[in-house]
Each structure stands twice: as structure tokens, then as C-alpha cells.
Design a protein around this ligand. Structure first.
Ligand SMILES: [Zn+2]
Length: 184
């Protein structure tokens, strides 16, 4: 059975097999339902402004720079998914000062070195979603995604997505990345 087929215990359910592949990612549900994320109609404060007020372990902070910091994504696409965030609550790349822009890219570069050293990452997806229409979850506070990639990594996403496992993985990953940060 491939990971895309229903569990054997569910084969008595309703529906007909078709040619679509399905990727089950239950850990995304808390995110999509808006938990811990400022949206119109709720009064949740900006998480990227709040995180730097916490201690490193509680906030899952890997490194604090001068104008930007590095934090584990609470809702990772892959193990080791980091976010490089400006401290200032600004939305757009063009809102950043030259110092902030350059530090965000410097921290991105160091994050790649650290992820290669600690986890043997073979590739990366880097990027910023600009504006809610582009898919940004917290569109009001700029953040750069650093997603490490390994051959075949997409196949274990549903497995690492189990919510009981993820917080422990994040904590352990944060500790390893933070310890390696100054060595690259
Ligand atoms: Zn903010």
C-alpha cells in the first residue's frame, strides 16, 4: 500500500478509487483553522512580534541577530523549516531598511550552512510570500522561509505531521541548530 491510499481499516468507507494522489497533512489543520495566527475577526497578536519576547527555547528561536532573528516554523513543510524574521512589524520587502534586508539574507545564508552541517540538507526552497493573496499566512510581518530538502523527503511529510511527534522534533532540531550556529 502506498502512503497515498486509504488506511486498510477505512476501506469500508464511501467513495470510489480514482487517479488522484492525495497527501494527508493533518498538522496543517490547526494552521488553516487560524490557531495562533492573526486574521480579520480575531485579536491574536502578531506571532513574529511576540516570539522575540520569549526565551529562546520557549519561542523556538535559533539565533538572534541585530535587526532580524531566526526561528523554527511551528508549522513546518519539512523538518528544519526555518523563518528569518525582521524584528520590526513591517510587511513588504520594500519597507525594510538596507541593514535589515542585508541581515535577512546574511542569516539565510548562515541558516543554509547550519542545515547542511547538522542535517545534511541537499537543497533548499527559499522565499517570501508578499501579500495575503500570495499565500502568506502572516502577511503583515515579513519573513523569509528556509526549507531544507532531501531526496524523497516529500514521502515522509504525513508521518512527521503527527501532532504528538512534532513539538518534540522542533525542540530537538532547535537545540541542534542553535548549538551549531556559531560554528559555520
Ligand atoms: Zn509583527
Amino acid at each position: 500500500m502506498s502512503e497515498f491510499e486509504p488506511e486498510e481499516s477505512l476501506l469500508g468507507g464511501a467513495g470510489m478509487p480514482d487517479s488522484w494522489s492525495r497527501l494527508w497533512a493533518p498538522h496543517r489543520m490547526t494552521y488553516l483553522s487560524g490557531e495562533n495566527r492573526p486574521l480579520p475577526g480575531n485579536d491574536i497578536p502578531c506571532p513574529f512580534c511576540r516570539v522575540p519576547t520569549l526565551d529562546d527555547a520557549e519561542g523556538l528561536i535559533v539565533y538572534r541577530g541585530i535587526s532580524a532573528y531566526v526561528v523554527m516554523n511551528l508549522y513546518p513543510y519539512n523538518a528544519g523549516h526555518l523563518l528569518i524574521c525582521a524584528y520590526r512589524h513591517v510587511a513588504d520587502l520594500t519597507d525594510l531598511t538596507e541593514v535589515e534586508r542585508s541581515e535577512i539574507f546574511e542569516l539565510t545564508s548562515t541558516a543554509m550552512k547550519v542545515l547542511r552541517k547538522v542535517s545534511g540538507a541537499k537543497g533548499f526552497n527559499l522565499g517570501m510570500n508578499q501579500g495575503a493573496i500570495s499565500g502568506a499566512g502572516v502577511a503583515e510581518h515579513i519573513h523569509q522561509h528556509v526549507v531544507p530538502r532531501w531526496a524523497g523527503d516529500a514521502n515522509f511529510m504525513p508521518i512527521i505531521g503527527q501532532t504528538k511527534v512534532l513539538p518534540q522534533l522542533l525542540t530537538e532540531t532547535r537545540t541542534a541548530l542553535a548549538a551549531a550556529w556559531d560554528s559555520v
